[in-house]
Structures are given as structure tokens and as C-alpha cells.
Design a protein around this ligand. Sequence first.
Ligand code: NAD
Length: 359
Amino acid sequence: MTLFDSPAFEGHEGVHAFFDEKTGLKCIIAVHSTARGPAAGGCRMWPFPSADAALEDALRLSRAMSYKNAMADLELGGGKAVIIGDSRTMKTPALFEAFGRAVEDVGGKYWTAEDVGVSPADLMHARKTTRYVAGLTGHAAASGDPSPVTAEGVFRGVTLGVRRALNRDLDGVTVAIQGVGHVGAYLAEKLHAAGAKLIITDVNQDALREVADKTGAKIVPPHAIFDAEAEVFAPCALGGAINIDTLPKLKAKVIAGGANNQLAEPEIGAAVYERGMLYMPDYVINGGGIINVAGEIRALDRGEAFDPAWVEMKLGRLMETLAEVLDRSKSEHRPTHEVANEMAKARISLAAEQKKAAA
Ligand code: NAD
């Protein structure tokens, strides 16, 4: 397969590969679209088995960021960086300085941030060689940990889903949460405060204990979360939670969680719809985190301090967009993920046309 034949290529504006001999940096920066503004998306460090696998991941993730940023109504396009390597053994300050130079070479068309395998401390080194870095701490524009904002958006999304599918509020509703890490733990606390009953799972026993102590949640082993007697299933761990093996087990009427790529493949979204379950498209419901990062990019661009009120305004608008997805799904009798993809593509195309007309 060549780059241009990849199903994830879908009109990428630019794909940049970098190698730094001194530090061993091998990285790919994919810029899917800058129609709405500079591309923004995190940097992932992973021991990809091949350059092809890294490229495929970069393309897929960068396109997903275009959709996510468009649905969050941000003046940002979609991009993603991947560094090929083991984050446990290969990280050095010099490697991230070299990564910063790679970001700088893209000339402001791509803003980076943290993702799997990359921490704010690593990005501090990248910041020495490029200004196009967000997700840092310790300066006035810094946005800090995005997880609480992501969890707040997911919480509001769960509330909306329960209202639409079950015609009630959260009091007494049972929510099964897969993964109580950063997002899942904050979500659990918010749901508990709203009167929901919780069933939780994780592979990390300490995280489980801590959340259960705070919320009274029932703990189940990882495989049992799919069989839980719950009205809502909230995937907050890794991707692919909804697949051909798990879907037949789920009893939930609403699927609403923070994880990325919840549908193992797009076809499963149609099966979810046919079973009468309400799926809140992942990249819409979990857009709070990127809104928070966008708040930092905005503040850095303007030379201002981070503005939480702007983030709250955007989060409110995100929930309106989520409601619009549900409305259209209902009136057009189509799965929510299809409606969301169509809306995202339309927003990107409109921005591209406006940009062309203004040029
Ligand atoms: P995290 O690593 O803090 O939490 C993930 C949790 O899932 C961990 O506690 C981990 O032990 C657990 N887990 C892993 N495999 C599991 C399994 N098989 N069964 C049960 N639990 C398992 O990550 P996070 O920041 O909370 O992010 C969670 C998800 O949300 C990810 O998919 C991430 O991409 C997505 N997301 C996060 C943010 C954010 O702001 N942090 C924003 C948007 C999307």
C-alpha cells in the first residue's frame, strides 16, 4: 500500500517525515486539514512495528483530530505527530528538542500537545526549539490537565443521553464505567454527585479502590463490565470497547464515555443503532479536552492568560452540537456516528471554501 492509497489518507494536506541522526528521532507529522486554522493534535510515542504502521496511525489520528476540532467549533484543523520508539527507554531531552525542531519546520501549520507516551515534561524540551507546543504547565497561558474538562463534557453528554433515551435525570440510573483513570475517575465523582449508581472496572486495583471509596461504586473484573446491569455504558479506557463480541452482551440503552475510537469498526455503529442503543459519538462527547488545549493555544497566540470562561462557552456549544447530532439521527433515522461524520466533513468543507474565496 502506498501513502496515497491508504484509506486514512483522505486528502491530507501534508505528511512530513523527520529523522535526526544524533538523537535517533524518527517521527511523522501528519497535517490533515488547516481549513479551519492551524492543525492541532497530540504527539504519540509508541514502538510501532514498522514505519508503515506509524504512518497509518498518524493519518488516522490526524483526520480524527480534524473531525473533533470541527465539531468542537474550534478555529483549528487536524494534525498528529507520532514518534517511533519505546517511551520507557528512548526518551531524552535532546530527542524532544529534535522533535521541537521538526514541529518548527512545519512552519506553524501544526501545534503539538501530549498524547500516549508523551508527558508535559517532555514537551518542555520541545518548547526550547518551537513555540507551537500546548499542554504545558507553569505559565499564564497554560491550560493544565485537560481531563477534568473532558470528564465534565462526558458528564453533560451522559445526562443528555439519559434524558433522550430514558426520559429521566441521572438520579438512580446505573452507569457502568470501563476505566477509572484520569477521565473515568472525574466522571465517576460527577455521576455519583448527581445520584447515579456506579459499576466500575479497571486493571489498576489502586485506581479502583480510590474511586470506590469516594463513590460507593461496585467493582467488577474487566471482562464482566460488558454484562453489567446498567442503563449507561461509559467506555473510558482504550479504543475498541464496542465490538462484535461485546455488543451482544451490553444491556445499556446509552453508550457515552470519554475513550477515543470506541467503535472497533464503523459498521458496529450501525449495529448499535439497530439494537436501539443511543451512541454518543466519542469524538464529540470527549471534545472538552481539546477545547481546553485550544484555550491555551488561543492565549499563547494573543499573549494573554488562559481564560476558563472561554472554555466553558465552547463546552456549552459542544453540547448543543451533540444535541444536534441526536436530533438529526432521530429525524433522519440514521446512526449517530454517521450523522456526526457528515456534520464534521461539512464544517471542514465550508471552511475550505471560505478560505479559498478569501484568498
Ligand atoms: P488514563 O490512562 O488515565 O486512564 C485509562 C484507564 O483505563 C487506566 O486506569 C487503565 O488502567 C484503564 N484500563 C486500561 N486497559 C483496561 C481494560 N482492558 N479494562 C479496564 N480498564 C483498563 O487515560 P485517560 O486520560 O483517562 O483517557 C481515557 C480515554 O479517554 C483514552 O481513550 C483517551 O484517549 C481518551 N481521552 C482522554 C482525554 C483526556 O482529557 N485525558 C481527552 C479525550 C479523550
